[in-house]
Design a protein around this ligand. Structure first.
Ligand code: SER
Length: 293
């Protein structure tokens, strides 16, 4: 399945289940947003996830380009990229998290042909403010997917304050079957999809206020999914990167890791420039300058 077919399979699946497509935005959030770049599919939808009615309804999907500088140190490995695309689905106070997990499983199994024995899920194990996510644990058990409660690791937020909640991450095994280890002990488990229950607003003092309209926010890394579906170990081995990996070694004589870094940083820089940023010594322009450098 090439990248185009992968996106099509995802969007068709959620459209058939009543989701409307929201056009992805640029990497530049509005001027009132303190964050420099769009970091996830839910980011541009924040006001609607906080309760504002969305003109397209309560079930949405999109394909959103994202940039994460927090992952920069890991770029150059098999699966982390500075700029990537996220396949997202949302319930704005409509269906609940168990439904989202069930559809997630159905799409991975029937839409993408990933057998159950290659899947593994992690679930929020609770902390001093919120109890363990037993509902998601039960859902995965009913689906027959191996699942693990992970302390307070499975918690998602887009910053120190704002909407947040427990999440459930789905991993795909890329080694020989049967897998013998868990995602925490073997990097051949690749995290592809995160299903978040947006249930709280975190205030400056750290307290959590329940949202009047809890929602579901999911995000799947497109390049990682494509890697898994094409039976590859690295994002750089997929059809998406084929032109880059053909061109860069013909321009510069680099070792393997440097080739990947140049590929990621050039590709990311082009997307950032395409969204209107120019190199400078502050803010977004400085991120771009550093990528080029
Ligand atoms: N917001 C979550 C993430 O970025 C799921 O979409 O992982």
């Amino acid at each position: 399945m090439d990248t185009h077919q992968t996106v099509r399979t995802f969007t068709d699946f959620f459209r058939e289940r009543g989701h409307r497509t929201v056009t992805g935005t640029s990497l530049l959030p509005p001027p009132t947003d303190p964050v420099l770049f769009t970091t996830s599919g839910m980011h541009p939808l924040t006001p609607y996830l906080q309760g504002r009615p969305h003109p397209q309804g309560r079930r949405l999907l999109n394909v959103q380009r994202c940039l994460r500088t927090t992952d920069l140190d890991e770029v150059g490995d098999a699966t982390h990229l500075t700029v990537f695309e996220m396949l997202g689905s949302w319930s704005l106070g409509d269906y609940g998290h168990p439904q989202s997990l069930r559809w997630g499983y159905e799409l991975l199994r029937d839409g993408f042909g990933i057998p159950r024995e290659r899947l593994y899920a992690t679930v929020f194990g609770g902390d001093d403010q919120v109890g363990p996510d037993n509902e998601s644990l039960r859902t995965w058990q009913e689906l027959g997917v191996p699942v693990e409660l992970t302390g307070d690791d499975n918690w998602w937020s887009n910053g120190p304050v704002g909407i947040c909640g427990p999440d459930s991450e789905i991993f795909v095994w890329t080694g020989d079957v049967p897998p013998r280890r868990t995602p925490t002990t073997d990097p051949r488990w690749v995290e592809v999809w995160n299903h978040v229950q947006l249930r709280y607003h975190r205030h400056e003092d750290g307290t959590l206020e329940p949202l009047r309209q809890p929602g579901v926010d999911t995000g799947m890394g497109l390049e990682r999914l494509v890697t898994v579906l094409q039976g590859r170990r690295e994002v750089y081995e997929t059809d998406l990167f084929e032109p880059w990996m053909r061109t860069i070694p013909s321009l510069w004589d680099l070792d393997e890791r440097s080739t990947r870094l140049v590929c990621d940083h050039l590709r990311s820089s082009l997307v950032v420039i395409g969204d209107g940023v120019r190199p400078s010594n502050t803010g977004r322009g400085y991120v771009l300058r550093r990528l080029i450098r």
